[in-house]
Ligand binder design. Structure first.
Ligand SMILES: Nc1ncnc2c1ncn2[C@@H]1O[C@H](COP(=O)(O)OP(=O)(O)O)[C@@H](O)[C@H]1O
Ligand SMILES: [Mg+2]
Length: 269
């Protein structure tokens, strides 16, 4: 797949892929969770990772944002091999990421403003005025203008997701990682969040990697889809390519999702 990154423009051309994963392997105890994952994430696109529950999607995302280390394989971000960075290097690279995790809930005791400002207050030396300007701008971008003094408990589920997205965007990352960003929302609010993710991805010129169980609804806002199965990418391509694939496992997965079944399949190593 290396040919995908080559251009005819010479060495100054930007890398076509914001993220390249090669032969990534990671075992927990006796379970080979990642078993040779290959994935390209083109810059400025949304790649959505789908697959049965427990197949390793979250584990992969945690490798991409350097929370977990692989046993072998490589992760390249913007042309930099980040697989074996030391802690200082990891801290620097993490500044490129905004993350919205399923469990990345808001702090209940803080207002929306304080929640969204938190990464700036903690990690930068911006002045109060600079922070205020950035927070207001970001709340506007996610449709939460005027909500700054509310507490999370006063917000609907959809608004809480918007606030979490604002917090993920507050440091103006290059890459946004989203793990099941619509969990707990009804289909209408899910669609609204999907479109908000697409809008912010364009507005902020982001590369996004999203894990989602909203299949096939999420494909509407995805550029590429990766179907993860048995610790690797069974199928990767544009939405059209993946949807027209005759891969039996994927068809079974799609049918299961469409009928609303919870997927009970387990990962075998
Ligand atoms: N820290 C860990 N220690 C041991 N096993 C883990 C750990 N994290 C995840 N796993 C296992 O890895 C598998 C994949 O988990 P996960 O990536 O969370 O699945 P999903 O695709 O649903 O996000 C699961 O069987 C899970 O139990
Ligand atoms: Mg998960």
């Amino acid at each position: 797949m290396a040919h995908l990154t080559m251009t005819s423009n010479g060495n100054d051309a930007p890398a076509a892929n914001a993220i390249e994963v090669r032969a990534l392997r990671r075992r927990f105890d006796h379970q080979q969770v990642l078993n040779g994952v290959d994935l390209d994430v083109p810059a400025g696109s949304i790649v959505t990772i789908v697959g049965p529950s427990g197949c390793g999607k979250t584990v992969l995302l945690k490798h991409l944002n350097l929370l977990l280390r692989p046993d072998s394989g490589t992760i390249t971000i913007d042309g930099v091999n980040v697989t074996r960075l030391g802690w200082r290097g990891i801290d620097a690279v993490r500044e490129w990421f905004g993350m919205l995790f399923q469990s990345g809930a808001l702090f209940d005791s803080m207002t929306v403003y304080e929640n969204v400002a938190f990464p700036l207050v903690e990690k930068t030396s911006q002045t109060k005025d600079q922070i205020r300007g950035r927070v207001i701008e970001t709340l506007q971008a996610v449709g939460l203008e005027g909500m700054d003094n509310k507490y999370p408990s006063e917000l609907s589920g959809g608004m809480q997701k918007r606030a979490a997205l604002a917090r993920a965007l507050i440091r103006r990352p290059k890459i946004l990682m989203l793990d099941e960003p619509t969990t707990g929302l009804d289909p209408t609010r899910t669609g609204a969040i999907h479109h908000l993710i697409r809008k912010t991805q364009k507005d902020f010129n982001l590369t996004a990697v999203m894990v989602s169980h909203d299949v096939p609804a999420v494909f509407e806002v995805s550029d590429r889809v990766a179907f993860m199965h048995r610790g690797r990418m069974q199928l990767v391509g544009t939405v059209e390519q993946v949807m027209s694939s005759s891969d039996e496992e994927f068809k079974r997965f799609l049918a299961g999702r469409a009928s609303g079944d919870e997927d009970n399949s387990t990962v075998s190593s």
